[in-house]
Design a protein around this ligand. Sequence first.
Ligand SMILES: [Zn+2]
Length: 485
Amino acid sequence: MGLDAARAKMVALATLSVLFFAAFSACADTIVLKNGRRITASNVVEIGDKIKYETSAGELTLPKSIVDHIEKGGSVAIAGAPGGDAASLAITPPAIASSASGNEIAQLAVHDGAVDRAYIAKLEGQARTSGSSAEVPAAVAHHAAAMFELAHGDMERALADERTALTYAPQEPVLLMNVAYLHLKRSEYTQSLDYLERARRVAPDNPDIPKLAGWSYYGMNKMEQAVNEWKRSLALRPDSEVQAALDKAMRDKQEEESYKENESAHFTLKYSGTAEPALARDVLRTLEVHFAAIESELNFTPPDSIGVILYTQQAFADITKAPGWVGALNDGRIRVPVQGLTSMTPELSRVLKHELTHSFVGQKTRGRAPTWIQEGLAQWMEGQRSSENAASLAQIYSDGHASPLGRLEGGWLSLNGDQAAYAYAWALANIEYIVETDGMSDVERILERIGSGEATEAALQEVLHSDYADVSQSTAEYLRKNYVH
Ligand SMILES: [Zn+2]
């Protein structure tokens, strides 16, 4: 990210006596721009003259000069960022037509703040013995359980329950759409489309099907198809959510039509006509090399093609609506300003690898990776090491001022520029210690567990048999032993 420049300020840390971190809000914050636009974001942090924030798909940065103020707190973290990815869009799952008996079953399946598994098992038993007439209640009960789990953020169970519901009512369009919806929330666009196609065969005129299909295509960067689906949905039923999404997709499409396109095995690259074709080929070649390296390090292959856009500085500012922006960003697609560049440079290669790491980690953990792991690993992958900061970091640790890793999982809002520089450096040091001591395969297993919903510290306990305090202490020892003489 452009803001990883904050690392350079690490030198200033020696003069800092106290690095206390205030309590962090788990809620989303709202960035209010001077032009009135409001961006819902998490992990908002002020670094120098920039505001850095997180969306579900990656980081964005705004120049502080265009920000009016930041409102702390909010309900859910839904990315309102330009190009925010499909999974983060605020869409409600299609509702099942309610009936008196259906409502009663739903109330018996979920009550007192929990899913009643015994009741559901009873319905399943009846479905097995009594045949098709008893299958609908089992489907309704599993669907009710899935909606409860979705509301509580447990995507894994929600998907399992919705899939089971579907086994009892395989032709029910609402269930097919809800399975598709849950895949969408997990950025699994291809699977989502499979279920939507099945739903379309049963209910060709249901406006929710093209609505969700549009989101799938949008997530896959297939703007043409996204636009077609959303137009179809609007023709069937007016919907302000769809209208807003369509307008945005049309803007993206128009801008990108003037762009040339290249493809490689894992990337779709677009670049403006004024950029050098040779540079575009270089970027793809470099990205494929980085892809192979990260793929084997993390033992993970992102399922869908990754979108990359090379911009001239002006187009970048227009499309991202962030004038004065410096640096790359990753909002689901990797966006890189390349004004004036004609061939690959070591700096551009480094930036590409950093951004690509965010894509891998984001997809592998389904957007659940804490900030310290995202930034620590992205810096590690791009080749950063702790050498120049080791002495300061070790000193801060032995003075008792090191930041607990738990405080670096989420929002960095209360950090000033120096503290953020420290957070980047400390995140790198902890990842470096883990990789150097236990190997990247342990990092991979940690990411795996985070992806399946485990808390980060619990994942460290399972894989490394160390809690956050142990890891930090070992990190400080590692820094002293390897760098401080
Ligand atoms: Zn980054």
